[in-house]
Ligand binder design. Sequence first.
Ligand SMILES: *Cc1c(COP(=O)(O)O)cnc(C)c1O
Length: 410
Amino acid sequence: MELKPFDNKVWLSSPTMHGDELKYMTEAYETNWMSTVGANINEVERIACEKIGCRYAVALSSGTAALHMAVKLAGVKPGDKVFCSDMTFDATVNPVVYEGGVPVFIDTERETWNMDPAALEKAFEIYPEVRVVVIAHLYGTPGKLDELKAVCDKHGAVIVEDAAESLGASYRGKQTGTFGQFNCISFNGNKIITGSSGGMLLTDDPEAANKVRKWSTQARENAPWYQHEELGYNYRMSNVIAGVVRGQFPYLEAHIAQKKAIYMRYKEGLKGLPVSMNPYDAVNSEPNFWLSCMLIEEDAMCRQVRSEKEALYISEAGKSCPTEILEDLMKYNAEGRPIWKPMHMQPIYRMHGFVTRDGDGRARTNAYIDGSVVDVGMDIFNRGLCLPSDNKMTPEQQDMIIEVIRRCFE
Ligand SMILES: *Cc1c(COP(=O)(O)O)cnc(C)c1O
């Protein structure tokens, strides 16, 4: 196969519009419902409830805003420790800090790359007082929800589910975003469907939904003037953005089917290489396949070192590493990305508690100075990468990408 750079960049995951988005945005414009009230907002909230299977959805300006509201609803107070997924995007965790909470990170399991229930159980032994657990579903793959929920129930903890990446994914026939008391989805530009921005708080609790409607519109009391008894936020979704979301929702299933086809094509195309795809529980769950990722076998890794902001590797016959593959993909105008760097390795959070399944019964801060102790999250970060997963990528383009990866191992 002759390889040459793509004329048009193949993205990791970019917005895919279908036409109706413009119709609903125009409708907002022509009827002058250009603010945070209107038919598009009402409609996207209705559709979200219907598709996801929750009772209430509150449309907000971002997934991060939705998580902030969820953390507030869960009652996190200054100084409270909160258990959080470790291998995730930092938007999962930051809202805990907005409320003065202190994230404690729970290591990752290898079967779905999500929060490890055994490590979570361990964490409750160390911190029995914790009452809130924030669980993300990485790259659209549902975590071990039965096990996680059992541990949380046993310890009387509230679950906040971060389903920002996993909209449309399901676990035992139920959609992610319905397993916690207060849950969130995102319509950011790179997600499976997008509003250009936006997010939603999902819950079955009518009081919680009403609180978020109030808080997200500056917490105005029912009075003739601006009357305030509580702290408010400007977090409501715009009716114009909601028009984009409204146009996208009918295509959620189509996008998932495209993303699944991409995942399967990689799986097939990478056969014979010392790599595996990001794993999922095929019996109990159906991911939305938002991002396809791969993990390089340990003995097929060439030497790679990463400082805080740079990476170096030494090329070796028959071996490769994420840095080499990402650089080669870039040469051909295709965008991959490193695995989300775990929170316990981030400068802002590295002094926070971090609990692994076979830790010594104490939460450690991150002190792997000699690199001799490697936890699961760090290991997946070292050996894994996100592959170009754009649903507009053609099979021919994907075959070229697969060939680029193959040549890295020659
Ligand atoms: C995208 C994302 C968010 C935040 O959503 P925004 O709409 O971008 O604020 C939160 N958590 C995870 C895991 C995400 O990937």
